[in-house]
Design a protein around this ligand. Structure first.
Ligand code: FAD
Length: 291
């Protein structure tokens, strides 16, 4: 088992210890225009001195090259980059080759996931769970990578029970994960309970809350239906009542998410990981309000 106290690779401009560190997640852009826009978004967000920026990894082979290209861009900009890495449908040989590519690129941080296949694809592949991937990465590459895994304060939608999901999380930590990033949520109690339960099992890795700014009602409902992240009734009803009034949705979203982040910070969250959706405005404003 790996040393869970391992120091994460940091950007030279990492946040001072007195403030709450932040990190940002991007997805690989599909067009040259998207890539240019993301470049500007990154420059704006770098002003917040992120600990690292991560790039999602498409299942089924859709965006793996895009992931690596975006990770390369972030590293070239002098910022620590984490590549998400999903194993569903993969073989040991393909994973080994991709790990070698990432290592040669200078990547030191991975977010190791099972992933989701697009509907219509069979499961296949040589890895069943993310814990299998974490164990394989440790066997193949020792401590070369700082490994993050996913955590689900409101339970992964396919888990049999919260207890079974916590055991699945334990398996990832015991296989060698250094820390975790959660699925987004709008109920801070679910996060604090998860951290407490993990700690009671002796899983003392940092569990970083994943924060999803609210900028569009339809997009949020769509993501939440797919991921199992709950939108509390009072938030859903208010968002619905705003209809197409984007300004009200954004203003309400900023209040709700800033308040959530303040609760998480006050309750001892080790840092905040923002699902930026390749946008900067909401994340910048939330961080400005948090000071
Ligand atoms: P696992 O930890 O393997 O868990 C999957 C399911 O299996 C859970 O229900 C778990 O309870 C169960 N399980 C695990 N082990 C066992 C066991 N031994 N026995 C029985 N049941 C078990 N998806 C992407 O495709 N690309 C991305 O870049 C991406 N980034 C993400 C980043 C974060 C921070 C998060 C939270 C999610 C991300 N996802 C991404 C989504 C993720 O791939 C899905 O949620 C996926 O369904 C589960 O991945 P996992 O790594 O959590 O899987």
């Amino acid at each position: 088992m790996t040393d869970i106290t391992a120091t994460p690779p940091m950007t030279p401009t990492a946040s001072p210890a007195s403030s709450c560190p932040v990190s940002f997640e991007f997805f690989p852009p599909k067009t040259p225009e998207g890539a240019e826009k993301l470049r500007l978004v990154r420059q704006q967000l770098y002003g917040l001195k992120p600990e690292f920026c991560s790039v999602t990894f498409g299942a089924g082979g859709s965006t793996q090259e895009g992931t690596f290209n975006t990770v390369r861009d972030i590293l070239a900009e002098g910022v620590s980059a984490a590549s998400h890495f999903s194993c569903i449908g993969a073989t040991r040989d393909t994973v080994r080759a991709q790990l070698a590519t990432l290592k040669a690129m200078g990547v030191k941080r991975l977010v190791a996931l099972r992933g989701d296949l697009p509907s219509g694809f069979g499961v296949g592949g040589e890895f069943q769970y993310a814990s299998d991937l974490v164990a394989f990465i440790r066997t193949e590459t020792g401590d070369d990578f700082y490994i993050e895994v996913a955590a689900y304060p409101e339970m992964h939608p396919q888990a049999k029970s919260p207890a079974a999901d916590l055991q699945a999380f334990a398996a990832k930590v015991n296989a060698g994960a250094n820390s975790a990033i959660t699925q987004y949520f709008y109920n801070a109690d679910a996060y604090f309970r998860f951290v407490e339960e993990a700690s009671a099992l002796g899983l003392n890795v940092p569990v970083v809350p994943g924060v999803m700014p609210i900028t569009s009602s339809t997009q949020l409902m769509r993501f939440s239906d797919a991921s199992g992240a709950e939108i509390p009734r009072w938030i859903r009803l208010r968002l619905q009542s705003f209809g197409d009034d984007v300004a009200s949705i954004k203003a309400f979203g900023l209040d709700v998410v800033t308040n959530l982040c303040a609760q998480l910070k006050a309750g001892g969250a080790p840092s905040l990981h923002f699902y930026s959706m390749n946008q900067s405005a909401a994340t910048l404003e939330i961080c400005r309000r948090l000071g």
